[in-house]
Design a protein around this ligand. Structure first.
Ligand SMILES: C[S@@+](CC[C@H](N)C(=O)[O-])C[C@H]1O[C@@H](n2cnc3c(N)ncnc32)[C@H](O)[C@@H]1O
Length: 281
């Protein structure tokens, strides 16, 4: 089960309360959504979006009252809101990235602890990680490893991918881990040596950074005056986009970190940051 990160803080920042309407752009396993629905009783409505087909189905099966759930991307936020006949809302929540489900159950290669096919898609459509590692040019691989993984051994890993795939198709997470092991020198690091490559591929497969930029600007137009955008991010690339978005739009914003107690209870909270911005016109 996914433990929602920064739940209390996110709800407080959005001013979640009786009869207000909200958008949860990343429904996931419904952790934040259920709490929002409880607090906006009796008349408040929640519009939620989930890109992953399996999580969307599970969300529907929860039969939550006053929830409208769409199987789509927040890239299409405005269109979805129009379709749902929703008016302006008091807050929009983005809780970025993947859920516990993706690591532990999906069998789509999100985790480097398990030997699974290299898929890494949230939705069942589009390019897979397997296609990227087997067909993209060396320069393109190096670029995503650098830009989306901030991997300093991007060039070496890209070269080793090319070398390996000449012999045999790269199919699974463990195939990729062996490649990374061969490509980089042994070194001590706080994070696993495969983390950056996996992050880079996941971002490229799901077009995560571009979708976030587009989702944020649509969210702003959907807010009531003094409405809030709250974003929980898990790595510096996402956070930079959120920070710059608020800055460019001259939006007053706030940065919140998880408490030590939360981090103790939930490892995923370690890298989390919450930024909230208030619409001021
Ligand atoms: C961190 S989880 C959200 C967890 C949720 N707040 C909870 O408490 O259960 C992020 C979710 O966003 C979904 N997601 C990722 N990109 C998305 C996008 N562009 N549009 C909609 N959902 C997306 C993922 O499939 C994942 O389930």
């Amino acid at each position: 089960m996914h433990i929602p990160v920064l739940k209390r803080e996110a709800l407080e920042e959005m001013g979640v309360g009786k009869n207000k309407n909200f958008i949860d752009a990343t429904f996931g396993e419904g952790g934040h959504a259920k709490e929002i629905l409880e607090k906006i009783k009796p008349k408040g409505k929640l519009l939620a979006i989930e890109k992953d087909d399996v999580l969307y189905k599970r969300g529907r099966e929860m039969n939550l009252a006053r929830l409208t759930l769409y199987n789509d991307s927040y890239l299409n936020l405005k269109e979805i809101v129009e379709k749902a006949g929703f008016k302006k809302v008091a807050g929009v929540l983005f809780d970025l990235g993947f859920c516990t489900f993706h690591l532990q159950e999906s069998k789509r290669g999100f985790s480097f602890q398990e030997n699974e096919p290299l898929d890494m898609r949230y939705s069942s459509k589009g390019l897979t990680a397997k296609e990227i590692v087997n067909y993209w040019k060396k320069e393109e691989l190096e670029k995503i490893l650098k830009d989306y993984g901030e991997e300093r051994y991007a060039k070496r890993i890209a070269l080793e991918i090319i070398k390996t795939r000449k012999e045999k198709e790269i199919e699974t997470t463990f195939d990729l881990i062996e490649i990374i092991k061969r490509a980089i020198p042994r070194h001590r690091s706080k994070i696993n040596f495969a983390t950056r490559t996996f992050q880079a591929l996941r971002i490229a497969v799901n077009n995560e950074l571009k979708e976030l930029e587009k989702g944020l600007s649509q969210a702003l137009d959907l807010l009531e005056e003094r409405g809030k955008i709250v974003v929980i991010s898990f790595h510096s690339l996402e956070d930079r986009i959120v920070k710059n978005f608020f800055k460019d739009k001259k939006i007053k914003s706030k940065l919140i970190f998880p408490t030590r107690e939360e981090i103790k209870k939930n490892k995923k909270a370690r890298s989390a940051k919450l930024r909230s911005g208030e619409k001021n016109e």
